[in-house]
Design a protein around this ligand. Sequence first.
Ligand code: SF4
Length: 336
Amino acid sequence: MSRSRPTAAPVPPAPVLPSPVLPGPVPPTPVPPAAARPATAPPAPAPPAAAAPAARRETALGLKRRARRISRLLADAHPDAHCELDHADPLQLAVATILSAQCTDERVNAVTPALFARYRTAADYAAADRAEVEELIRPTGFFRNKTDSLLRLGQALVERHGGEVPRTLEALVRLPGIGRKTANVILGNAFGVPGLTVDTHFQRLAARRWGWTDETDPVKIEHAVGALVERRDWTMLSHRIIFHGRRVCQARKPACGACLLAALCPAYGAGPTAPAAAAKLLKGPRARELAALAGVDPDLVPAPAGAGRADPAAPADPAAPTDPAAPAGPAAAVGG
Ligand code: SF4
């Protein structure tokens, strides 16, 4: 006869607490900043979900503090953040931003020199030959619609604003081809008026990964994030988020194990957490610096193609493409 073993009373599963900042299950606990971990250390095991700090209800004040800490760290990580569309005046920026819909900034920057040399004023666009403009901007895609927007923009600027690009959101969004996001790009970068550019990177990082808001509508995200950070920081924060989204926290494989925001990010673990694997995902001319800021050995970052012929410490050419695989520019994804 077999002896039955005493069994312990069943233990109920640990409760999964609702997170105010992220929908769905509680994410893994953020680990200490990578700076505190050796570069080759294995990823820290995640403790039970119920013990995770990210699972605790975050107060409004806590959220604001976390958002501002992330904002400061982004300033450290991306001192080179800027509008990546080449332009010399508000009209050129408006034109480049229209062209950037569903197109990379690099491609836009490749076609605008010839376009800007041919058309210098709003009146030039108003009187432009459609077929000629189409041919010049064809590489940016959707060239017929974009040509239509450029010609109508020129006409509207001449008729309503004396050929000048207006300086207010209200006037800008009434112009052909210019939505709220494009208007904020123009205000922030051509006129120094703070604006948040809620593009595809901004939505992915600020809302879905950092949990700064549950909103999904770009305008509501803009207002929610605007309430978290100082107005004077809006324009540069937008650039830094876009830089981080292109170089570290990419859509498919975020470099969590080489990200200096790890300890503040509820989505830590969405990508590889092992430093060696994560360092390979870093992009751009400052990938080594980004690794070092996260406490990861910069030598884990693969050498760029052609390394050895050029001085790796030389400053990057700001006009050079930094991320050929980068998603479309500011006007992409959510339109205008
Ligand atoms: S890379 Fe990972 S840790 Fe960094 S912000 Fe993105 S999801 Fe968070």
